[in-house]
Design a protein around this ligand. Sequence first.
Ligand code: FAD
Length: 501
Amino acid sequence: MVDDNRIRSIVIVGGGTAGWMAAASFARFLKPLGCRIELVESEEIGTIGVGEATIPPVMDFIRVLGIDENDLIRKTQATFKLGIVFQDWVKQGHSWCHPFGTTGFDIDGVPFHAYWMKEYLAGRAERPEEYNLQAQAAENGKFMRPVQAPNSPLERITYALHFDAILFARYLRGWAETRGVIRTEGRVVDVSLRAENGHVEKLKLDDGRTIEGDLFIDCSGFQGLLIEQALKTGYDSWNKWLPCDRAAAVPVRQTRAPATYTLTKALDAGWQWRIPLQHRTGNGYVYCSEFVSDEQALETLKAHADGEEMNDPLLIRFTTGRRNLFWNKNVVALGLASGFLEPLESTSIHLIQRGIAQLLRLFPDRNFEPADRDTYNRLLGHEFERVRDFLILHYTTNEREDTPFWRHCKTIPQVDSLKERLELFRGYGRILREDSDLFPVQSWLFMYAGQGIKPRRHDPLADTLDPEVVRSTLENIKAVVSSCTKAMPTHQEFIAKNCAV
Ligand code: FAD
């Protein structure tokens, strides 16, 4: 018998990346259960139009929906991404890569990072990038998808995409609409709450139409039309840890072969991103308004833009942090409506994906059991916090003291969760992954090594291994990575053959 209490209709407010990712996922998982899905968006308001660098889990999102990857790449002018390069973060002229994928392998139960660190501290191993295929391929402009090659890193190539955010939302819109999602054009001008429980009852549009629903998904961007303006959920600012609060963005024409990495370059009062697509390069400067004016920031961005500007610059203000609740009453906020972490590690689209996945796991009925909501809020809260901690490390563990902004970063207070993690590493080079961690052990390893953080002593576990075996293993990993890199086509060749526009 059909459960009478099932959610019968979902209303999504907002048609940016968050709105259409939610609509597409619901079309896949909830439409077949008889749920009506309606998305209301306003073309006049538009979307933020940035958010173009992703991390590997996005490929699962695409595959789960059954989307043809090459078709998506063509229609969103996408390129492949193997990691992120951090330039000038530690000091001017220094750079390191945070690559995707695995690095090396365990020897007799001893993890790579433990035995590599022993050799590195003794000056017998090279930087970790030498042992990671993605890092080497990114450095050499190479790319291919994984192929069957037993015991070779070519089997495990891990990648993500850079895509045009507007085209991505448009692509998902087409996908969702053909699967029955109803799109309504209009501006929401009023939100009615139920007197008995404060839940959202209906939305009023500017032309007088009303939209009712059981569950509302707030994807309305920074303003949080439902979660904040209607439900007054509150916002927890993380500005004391992550001081940047503005961004200027300007795309430039693509003039060279697109890189397979997102570039983030530390500047005087923040950092610049460079995201290569097939037709253009996304460029932006994330900065702290306390240390640079908007005009100066724009000038700096233009000076570093590396190409002919294609649009007028876009200026964006934000407060890093999160809503006190992501799910409040019968409203779940996704995307910018739920919180914001600067795109230093390209995590926002991922957090949308996590929000959708957790919602599907804890999907309510019309009773809206508190346990579903509380669990959702706790899990997503942890995910946001772990990403926040990772971002903070970029600012607090470096040698830069050359501008007031970088000197200010030296005064950023410690976060307890990060303090323990750092102490664990500084002691014996230990890195553990906990359940809510997005970043695997190797991400922390690259971060520590890249930012120049070293433990006082290597992990004693590494002493259980035969030193000769360790040395030859490291040499072997490096040689295999190098020969695999040579065997790969260039990024440009791969795109031209498989998915050029
Ligand atoms: P928006 O794109 O702002 O969409 C809001 C929607 O709500 C629009 O459709 C709008 O029309 C609609 N709307 C608003 N009000 C109303 C109303 N009253 N009535 C009807 N409709 C309404 N993420 C990454 O993963 N990687 C990155 O590299 C990255 N870079 C970023 C750089 C910057 C500077 C910023 C600010 C963000 C970046 N992000 C990045 C985050 C990413 O842009 C967002 O997570 C993503 O675009 C989702 O946006 P959204 O859909 O929540 O909001």
